[in-house]
Design a protein around this ligand. Structure first.
Ligand SMILES: C[S@@+](CC[C@H](N)C(=O)[O-])C[C@H]1O[C@@H](n2cnc3c(N)ncnc32)[C@H](O)[C@@H]1O
Length: 193
């Protein structure tokens, strides 16, 4: 089976060009993007959180799956990177752009929970995990990628990933599925009932 996504967001090519020009190589791959779009599409009026905008490739995938009444908050530490995403996607009224540290944002946020949390940076994944999981609504999904070993991983990262998987497995309040697909994903769903 060829699992290469065939329908890409219109904005993706331009975002990729920006990523290349900026030397940014951490964008989500297309298979992960297609899953983001599919999950977003399950949620009319969905409330979605992305931690780590990068140049906006994951954002573009999420937006492509969201309906007109869904809302996305995306948080990025690096203003230069997020400005590349905003150049391309900033006119979309469904997005709230937060420039700052994801950990601080998670500590301070006191709004509604989210139907989908894509934790794609350190906070919400390797730090502040419990806080990110607390923000998942009943029936909502928490998703992380980059769990399969990569050549560029820093020293000690494999044990951080193993610790993350263990902590997620211990959460009796979530149903988890590990996927050795794309960069390696884990999806954890808070039961609706
Ligand atoms: C894997 S990339 C995000 C890719 C993007 N979500 C996508 O799907 O294309 C991780 C991003 O997290 C950002 N980042 C690093 N530390 C952060 C922090 N403490 N708070 C928020 N963002 C952070 C990095 O600058 C980088 O852009």
């Amino acid at each position: 089976m060829d699992d290469t996504p065939k329908h890409l967001p219109d904005t993706l090519e331009s975002l990729r060009a920006k990523a290349r020009a900026a030397g940014f190589g951490m964008s989500s791959e297309d298979r992960t993007g297609s899953l983001l779009a599919a999950l977003a599409a399950t949620r009319p009026q969905g409330r979605i959180l992305e931690l780590g905008t990068g140049v906006g490739e994951g954002t573009a995938w999420l937006l492509s799956g969201m309906d007109a009444d869904s809302r996305l908050v995306t948080v990025e530490l690096d203003p230069a990177l997020q400005s590349l995403a905003r150049e391309q996607l900033g006119a979309d009224p469904r997005v709230t752009w937060v420039t700052g540290d994801g950990g601080e944002w998670l500590e301070q946020y006191d709004g509604e929970p989210f139907d989908l949390v894509f934790a794609d940076t350190w906070p919400g994944k390797f730090t502040h995990l419990d806080r990110a999981l607390a923000l998942v609504a009943p029936g909502g999904t928490y998703l992380v990628d980059d769990l399969l070993p990569q050549p560029g991983w820093p020293e000690g990262h494999a044990s951080s990933v193993a610790g993350l998987l263990e902590r997620l497995e211990e959460r009796a309040d979530f149903r988890s599925v590990r996927m050795t697909w794309a960069s390696g994903l884990l999806m954890a769903v808070r039961p609706a009932g």
